[in-house]
Design a protein around this ligand. Structure first.
Ligand code: ATP
Length: 336
């Protein structure tokens, strides 16, 4: 594959888990090339800017980036670098897989859920947020558009089809939020009609949370609006044992950024004991996005087998292994 991706090593444990991740990806022999660029504290130290133009240009040029966790210093001009990157590239789909791996702190076996969260509108817009002068009344605006709903729901159905998944659940609250959630649901029904090969069901968000806790195996792909998706994707991460194994992708029309959900873990940075799996699973999502479905499955299976075999696991998974040794154990299993 003749493809270059932008790579941001990131802050804290970022460089350690990125080196481990790229070592496993390199062992696939796909011929991927890397354009290393900086953001966050590393960029600030190097060139005085948190988000240099050269980094934005590289992401725009290569259209695919793998990113380690970034630290956004207070007063740095951004409330969050991650949110700023999503805004700059209109990364409308936040895609969060949650898969159980035996031998981890997962609450259930057999969970394989992808949450597709709308990332750009809904209840999270800053426009229209007001607080009255006496501080007694706060208001916000929930903005849902046909365009925003259609592209996220279509993304979910296309993902389901590409990954040979069977069901998409539209999560909403249209019984109460009749206009906003109502529009999302209506668009969902329209889009679902174009995908007769995929089962579509509808579920109210509060019931979804209860069903996820009681019977999570019934879910396959979930698609929902920004606020509900934020909550549900963390609920799903909790079901499979927390953020240590949780990757995330932020996908737009012109660019896509793949990452671990966790932060820069400054408490263990530099010690060589960080678990690389969340970022590596982000790389698995990236390979799927690049059409390398078989390579993605090989890495996912190798991670699973390594954890089941308890081979060089890092301390967060109950082992005494190092980041690099854990990655080597995973790479050694790539050929099954
Ligand atoms: P940030 O402000 O960058 O989000 P944080 O410390 O608030 O950093 P996380 O970085 O997500 O939040 O860390 C939360 C806890 O989880 C920390 O104790 C950290 O050491 C641990 N942790 C996070 N990622 C990993 C990892 N990949 N491997 C092992 N432990 C991790």
């Amino acid at each position: 594959m003749n493809k270059t991706i932008a790579v941001i090593r990131g802050d804290g444990i970022g460089p350690e888990i990125m080196d481990a991740t790229l070592a496993v990806v390199d062992a696939l022999g796909l011929g991927l090339s890397y354009d290393f660029v900086d953001a966050g504290l590393a960029a600030q130290a190097r060139c005085g800017e948190l988000l240099p133009q050269a980094t934005l240009d590289a992401i725009g040029r290569h259209r695919v980036a793998l990113k380690g966790p970034l630290t956004t210093p207070i007063g740095g001009g951004f409330s969050s670098l991650n949110v700023e990157l999503r805004r700059r590239f209109d990364l409308y789909a936040n895609v969060r897989p949650a898969i159980t791996i035996p031998g981890t702190r997962a609450r259930y076996d057999g969970i394989d859920i992808i949450t597709v969260r709308e990332n750009t509108e809904g209840a999270y817009g800053s426009e229209g947020q007001t607080l009255s002068e006496d501080g007694q009344t706060a208001q916000g605006v929930i903005r849902i558009t046909r365009h925003g709903s259609e592209r996220i729901i279509r993304y979910a159905f296309e993902l389901a089809r590409r990954e040979r998944r069977k069901k998409v659940t539209l999560v909403h609250k249209a019984n109460i939020m009749k206009t906003t959630s109502g529009l999302f649901l209506k668009v969902g029904r329209d889009v679902a009609a174009e995908y007769p090969d995929i089962v579509c069901n509808e579920m109210i968000v509060d019931n979804t949370c209860m069903q996820l806790v009681m019977n999570p195996q019934q879910f396959d792909v979930i698609v929902t609006t920004n606020l509900f998706g934020d909550i549900i994707s963390d609920l799903c991460a909790g079901l499979v044992g927390g953020l240590g194994l949780a990757p995330g992708a932020n996908i737009g029309t012109d660019a896509a950024i793949f990452e671990a959900v966790h932060g820069s873990a400054p408490d263990i940075a530099g010690k060589g004991i960080a678990n690389p799996c969340a970022l590596l699973l982000g790389a698995v999502q990236m390979l799927g996005h690049l059409g390398q479905i078989e390579a993605a499955a090989r890495v996912r299976d190798a991670i699973r087998e390594t954890i089941i075999a308890q081979d060089h696991l890092t301390p967060d998974l109950g082992g005494v292994g190092s980041t690099a040794d854990f990655a080597r154990a995973i790479a050694a299993r790539l050929d099954g």
